[in-house]
Design a protein. Structure first.
Length: 326
């Protein structure tokens, strides 16, 4: 993923959410609408989330140290997980509480034109932010469907902003419906129902984000197409005759660790094996530039061992292991 593309989407979302949060809170003060209060807290939480993503991106750029020899690339995953927690607690749970209170103690809305006007403004602003996120995502998602892009993306920023903006737009529509029904019927309970719907929506989005970010934190392998590129580059048919097995792990969105056992010719000398490993590493880096850390172990391929059902990571000359992303 383009880091600049993700940053652009984050900044656009941050600017929109800060303006919307202020407008919603003013509308709440003039109207007493619980939907507007829930939405103002939602926008404030989203603004904090975008700040977390920017901080995570900056911290992830730190150089590797002795204590962290593989660098700080996963900082971006940690801060994206914090976004899910904030969205769940500050956004979803607060909206559920506020909606419950409004249903339990309903009251009519004052100056209804304030929340309606602010909601229309907010929908326009969020649409601009959402459009920016879609444009930046289209530049990197290729032929993937949107659901696949959100599930498989190794960079968390764009999926997070996409889901937040989508949730914000749907939440604004729910708030507008709740406020409109409260004004038309004179029953403030509809405002509370709209607030409850917003809370459920935010919690669902937060859970989706938490699940996907948890997978990245645990460590995901490279995408299938990247694995194929590495497999093809590792073998030259001359000094490296085949790839026995391989494991890949994302150290960060643009950093990949590759560990593989490669088969070399039985009569190769130590110098020839060393040259074969160096050449294979060079081919892998050219084929997959995100392969920053590469460990190649030479071995002699054995047909007998290949037919033995065992863990390829523990069996010398064993069959090719799991080279597909988890």
């Amino acid at each position: 993923m383009s880091a600049s593309g993700g940053t652009k989407a984050i900044v656009a979302a941050l600017a929109a959410n800060l303006a919307i949060a202020v407008a919603k809170f003013v509308a709440f003060l003039f109207s007493g609408s619980s939907s507007m209060l829930a939405e103002s807290v939602h926008s404030l939480a989203d603004s904090g989330n975008q700040g977390l993503l920017l901080v995570g991106g900056k911290k992830a750029k730190r150089e590797a140290t002795k204590e962290h020899p593989f660098g700080y690339g996963r900082e971006r995953y940690i801060y994206a997980f914090l976004v899910a927690i904030v969205l769940f607690s500050m956004g979803g749970m607060f909206a559920l509480y506020e909606g419950y209170e409004k249903i339990k103690h309903p009251h009519s809305l004052d100056n209804w034109y304030w929340p309606v006007g602010v909601l229309v403004f907010a929908i326009i602003a969020e649409t601009f932010s959402f459009r920016t996120a879609i444009k930046e995502s289209n530049a990197v998602r290729g032929k993937q469907s949107w659901s696949t892009f959100v599930r498989r993306s190794k960079a968390p920023e764009l999926p997070v902003v996409l889901l937040e903006d989508l949730g914000a737009l749907v939440g604004l529509i729910l708030a507008l419906i709740g406020v409109s029904l409260a004004v038309i019927t004179g029953e403030g309970v509809w405002d509370g129902i709209g607030t409850l719907c917003i809370g459920v929506l935010l919690i669902v989005i937060a859970i989706v984000l938490a699940v996907e970010t948890k997978s990245l934190l645990l460590g995901e392998s490279a995408a299938a197409e990247v694995v194929g590129q590495i497999e093809a580059a590792a073998v030259d048919g001359d000094t490296v005759t085949r790839l026995i097995h391989m494991r890949t792990l994302h150290l960060g969105p643009e950093e990949l660790l590759v560990a593989a056992k490669i088969a070399v010719r039985r009569d190769s000398t130590a110098d020839q094996v060393a040259e074969a490993i160096n050449a294979a590493e060079q081919r892998i880096r050219e084929a997959a530039p995100i392969a920053r850390v590469i460990y190649l172990e030479p071995d002699i391929y054995s047909e007998a061992a290949a037919r033995t059902p065992a863990d390829p990571a523990k069996t010398p000359g064993g069959p090719a292991g799991d080279t597909t992303p988890h």
